[in-house]
Ligand binder design. Sequence first.
Ligand SMILES: Nc1nc2c(c(=O)[nH]1)N[C@@H](CNc1ccc(C(=O)N[C@@H](CCC(=O)N[C@@H](CCC(=O)N[C@@H](CCC(=O)O)C(=O)O)C(=O)O)C(=O)O)cc1)CN2
Ligand SMILES: [Zn+2]
Length: 773
Amino acid sequence: MSVPFPRSTIIGYPRIGPRRELKKALEAYWSGQMDGESLEREARRIREATYARLTDLGLDPHGSAIPASFSLYDQVLDTAVVLGAVPDRFADLPDGDGVLDLDAYFTLARGDAGRPPLEMTKWFDTNYHYLVPEIGEHSPFTLSAGTLLRDVDEAAEAGYRVRPTVIGPVTFLLLSKAAHGAGPSFSPLDRLDDVLPLYADLLRLLAGRGVRWVQFDEPALAADWALPEERIREAVGRAYGRLAEGTEHPAILVTTPYGSPGTHLAALAATGVDAVHLDLVRGAVPSPADLALLWGKTLVAGVVDGRNVWKADLRAAAATLDALRTDGVALSVATSTSLQHVPHDTGAEPALDTRLRSWLSFADQKVREVTVLAQHAAHPGAVERDIAAASRVLGERTGARGVARPEVRARAAALTPSDAERRPYPERRAAQQAVLGLPLLPTTTIGSFPQTADVRSARARKAKGTLSEGGYEAALQDEIRRVIGLQEELGFDVLVHGEPERNDMVQYFAEHLEGFDVTQHGWVQSYGSRCTRPSLLWGDVARAAPMTVPWTSFAQSLTDKPVKGMLTGPVTILAWSFVRNDQPLAETAVQVALALRDEVEDLERSGTRIIQVDEPALRELLPLRRAEQAAYLDWAVRAFRVATSSAGPATQIHTHLCYSEFGAVISAIDGLDADVTSIEAARSRMEVVHDLEDHGFGRGVGPGVYDIHSPRVPEAEEIRVLLQRAVRHIPAAQVWVNPDCGLKTRGYREVEESLRNLVDAARAVRASASIPG
Ligand SMILES: Nc1nc2c(c(=O)[nH]1)N[C@@H](CNc1ccc(C(=O)N[C@@H](CCC(=O)N[C@@H](CCC(=O)N[C@@H](CCC(=O)O)C(=O)O)C(=O)O)C(=O)O)cc1)CN2
Ligand SMILES: [Zn+2]
């Protein structure tokens, strides 16, 4: 019999540190300013501080309630390393005593001169990015559990019995891609039987270290995949049937965050696993029949939202827990997902409006909510005061000024279909060509130029008050002058102002729109050491004044070439913010769209002839279950069109997409009705042009020809080959030439050279392309 599962837990905690200590240590190490020993020491300090903090907040330090969920870079990479699933090109990396050396680990994550890193992609429907393991038909697996064992021992030394967390075998293989050279019918899940013995060995090793509970994360069970559902269900049953066999292993918790496991729940419940976690925020509350399946196990009820920052409705959560009370099923309380998606502590935000702050719950506050609800589950009525206090706050939030603004709602309600409709494309195309007179294969960039240390430091000094508004503005104008000058010198056809005024493409707009607030320290890991501060969208959204017009107009005053206005689209603004949870996303999207519509009108009025509205997160919010996708794409496309459709026919609307595979949503992209769509393509060697061709995409497209995620400078010849490939599949008259994405994370040296090569390549192809019609 296993030891009981703790009454309260969380399934993961932020790793970056309350003041981004891990980010700073990693970047210092990578730049050679910190040695490996110091980095390891800092990481250990962060882990121990986390255990101490979680103990203070009420998790049992000895009862396996604290997850050992730390990672130096990414949890999927960590599991790949545990399984020895390292692609061939890294075969020569040193691996001493079962612990991959630090530099080897970072080489997998970041690549080196001769080797590209593992590919990075979105983690479910979040703004977190994981590294994609590459699994071939015969890739060897070898257990390398050193880091996991070290974490357990180190915690024990400090007085904690923690719960190791690993990505479960089904999710690990579903998230992997087939290694280069695998047959067309191969899928990494075919290797399930080859990884299970390693997982079983791992369990034995952990048991030997005194571990009582192990957590296997299986978020993949909450999504639909290309493989048939039965195939995955069978894999779940086989995997956990095997791992839960016998008694010589720690008890097993399987988590299913980000949605409902659907029919996989029965498969899981039929195995000997000891506890199952359900996401009861995004996923459905199980029926009595489903509950009966869990007889003899612990149901770890994820009732506290791990994706959002609003104080929990404790009364509703308590009612959910009451409904789950079932004979023979032990109940434990948890978060719906890992807390890696939320900032550490609202206590770090003294500058935030006190009213708004009282509505918020970051990671540390959520741990408290979990422990309060666990007390309710054990002794109904015991925490009535806390529950009543939470309801009071919720009531205040509902009635607070700015949360429901009649004029904003009336405007959204008055929208008609024609407000989301522009003139037919052929008419627009002719009008735009008359105004713009662009050459074949026009060249442009995606918007941002390198964010220099000077620009960031100017922004930090302005925030501190040591640089005046005027001084800041002058510094940014200097930067815009440099960016315009550079683009003119390089010979670009459509220029940008470079976005130096933006700390982040979403936060900048949040700082200028009503209904939003921003935090000082609310950082959330996006990938590796990179973080964002998601904005807080708490009220009805409206635009008080133009947000971008002065910068764009200033840039336009410096050149005769057209300067593109640059906005972030409604879906992306929602995806990268913490959004109010008291109304459907679709309604909030329309409000943001209307605020952007005002900006589009002002840009147009000030003489801007081209306006780009970025939607890199269009694919990110796509529901994990197919059945819900059409409804989402419908409102997402409509929001974009509401934002852009007031533009006259001669105004050219661009959009930009990146950070995802867009093949699955090509129809929706077409539905945006943008005149020009730039889309990430260089990293995948132009694969997307096939999707565009098959779809018969009829308007302008700029498949990226320069991978901006790496400091490598592409040769003109290489870019020319990509462009040639593009014009073989898409009529040259439709093709634009641009990088994959913005240049803000790059340095000027490599950018200048790369852009010069890009313009050279465009000229070469222009000279050779036949102009149809
Ligand atoms: N929100 C969002 N999500 C996104 C993206 C994106 O651009 N934005 N891109 C995709 C990939 N994700 C990314 C996420 C973050 C970064 C990134 O570079 N983040 C920066 C922070 C950018 C920022 O907010 N900068 C601020 C504040 C920077 C800062 O740390 N300031 C220092 C002081 C600065 C100084 O004195 O030099 C401090 O506060 O301590 C600014 O420029 O003003 C980082 O982690 O370092 C890149 C890609 C998908 N999701
Ligand atoms: Zn982009």
